[in-house]
Design a protein around this ligand. Structure first.
Ligand code: ZN
Ligand code: ZN
Length: 428
């Protein structure tokens, strides 16, 4: 059953005739693929996840915005990003300086993380999508289509242009009482790149690359999961493959995109628990160790995440204090609680509000990356404020542990399989 612009269409009665089908990637329910009106979006009738959409000109628009974003990326890196002026002294930084500042301060891994998430992964997203989309304009498919598509899906959560932009805004506000901050041309191009990428991602649909329906040549029962019909959906290109084609361990490869096929993510519950436990342990040093040291006119001391929030609130910057508190304290904590509760309900075979539990998973997965904002703030401040005794900001060990918490919780979200929420429930 597929909802099309608010109206639901009933799935066909059990039939042996081949019908085009798609499985919901969040609850595994099978749906018959129906044509949509222009601008229509098909959502899962059980959990509400978006299945596919019909946007006229999506291919051209998506390709144009990715191309525009790539051009902006070049200029954003070629021109100064921000300048800091204290008295007669002026410090100018380029985009890549934020990652380099962490490396120079003895934190190469943290520098690499900032370099990947703020520059290299966004660049890969632009180049990779153009590699996929441009040949499609001439109805061709590039040679390494499957490999590129799968890796773009993998790195998408790690491309953090918007979060880096929020980190930049917070850094600028934080520095206002210390010095004059002058945005560079690079910053203007970075904003343009962020907007172009957002527009390109909104237009992009995996079905611009792969056909959205899989004609399954076997009897299927409507209102049941792909699993109960003996089918497994490719996590990347949504192709439905008979479970009989997997090996004895339940593993195989998608014949269309080459992605790994599993009935459910391997050892999802155990791996997610292990990652959550690691993140919970890392939260301690992340909050106990200082994240950065601010030296101003020869005076200053290291401050922890909570210490920084209290300092901002005391200085009257309530809005900023609240953003940092939500992103750095509440989000990681609530994410741990949310995923622990979801895992417990799955292990207890609970039938409690599966739609809300799936929604909770969706929200926890989406907001987790925003905790990286504090790391970007530390990186930018460390790059900008290098004026000796006048003013210097240096990253501390707490930033490394906090970044580890964010990375590990993001891996936990990735290893969690939301379809397990629905596996214990009877068919709708
Ligand atoms: Zn669903
Ligand atoms: Zn596939």
């Amino acid at each position: 059953m597929v909802r099309c612009r608010g109206t639901a269409r009933r799935a066909p009665t059990p039939s042996h005739a081949p019908v085009p089908l798609i499985a919901c990637h969040e609850c595994d329910l099978l749906h018959r693929v129906v044509p949509l009106a222009k601008g229509g979006k098909a959502r899962c009738s059980r959990c509400g996840a978006a299945l596919y959409q019909e946007r006229p000109g999506a291919l051209e628009r998506s390709a144009a915005f990715y191309l525009a974003a790539l051009i902006c990326f070049v200029f954003a890196n070629g021109y100064p990003f921000l300048s800091l002026k204290i008295g007669a002294r002026m410090e100018t930084v380029y985009l890549a300086n934020s990652a380099w500042a962490l490396v120079a301060d003895g934190m190469p891994l943290l520098g690499l993380l900032v370099l990947l998430t703020s520059l290299l992964f966004p660049l890969s997203m632009m180049v990779g999508h153009l590699y996929l989309l441009l040949p499609r304009l001439w109805h061709r498919r590039p040679a390494a289509c499957g490999w590129v598509f799968r890796n773009l899906r993998r790195i998408a959560p790690w491309s953090m242009v918007s979060i880096f932009m929020l980190g930049t805004l917070i850094s600028v506000v934080k520095l206002l009482d210390l010095a004059e901050v002058i945005p560079g041309i690079g910053a203007a191009f970075f904003v343009a790149m962020m907007l172009c990428m957002a527009a390109a991602e909104a237009s992009f649909d995996p079905h611009l690359i792969w056909p959205r329906d899989a004609v399954v040549d076997q009897p299927t029962r409507p209102h049941t999961s792909a699993l109960r019909n003996g089918l497994v959906a490719c996590h990347y290109c949504t192709l439905l493959v008979p479970i009989a084609e997997l090996d004895a361990h339940g593993h195989g490869h998608c014949p269309r995109c080459g992605g790994g096929l599993h009935v459910r993510k391997p050892k999802s519950i155990e791996r997610t628990w292990a990652l959550l436990a690691s993140a919970a342990l890392l939260l301690l040093p992340a909050n106990l160790y200082p994240v950065m040291t601010v030296i101003r006119l020869g005076q200053g001391e290291p401050s922890t995440i909570l210490g920084g929030v209290v300092h901002l609130a005391a200085a009257g910057m309530w809005g900023l204090a609240l953003i940092i508190f939500i992103a750095s304290v509440m989000v990681p904590g609530l994410k741990l609680v949310a995923f622990s509760w979801l895992l417990r309900t799955i292990q207890r075979r609970s039938a409690y509000r599966p739609v809300d539990r799936t929604r909770l998973y969706r929200i926890a997965e989406a907001v987790g990356a925003w905790s990286m904002v504090d790391i970007f703030v530390v990186a930018l401040l460390a790059a900008l404020v290098q004026m000796g005794q006048l003013a210097t900001i240096a990253p501390n060990l707490g930033a490394f542990f906090f970044a580890s918490v964010v990375v590990v919780t993001m891996f936990a979200a990735e290893s969690f399989d939301s379809r397990l929420i629905w596996d214990n429930l009877p068919d709708p």
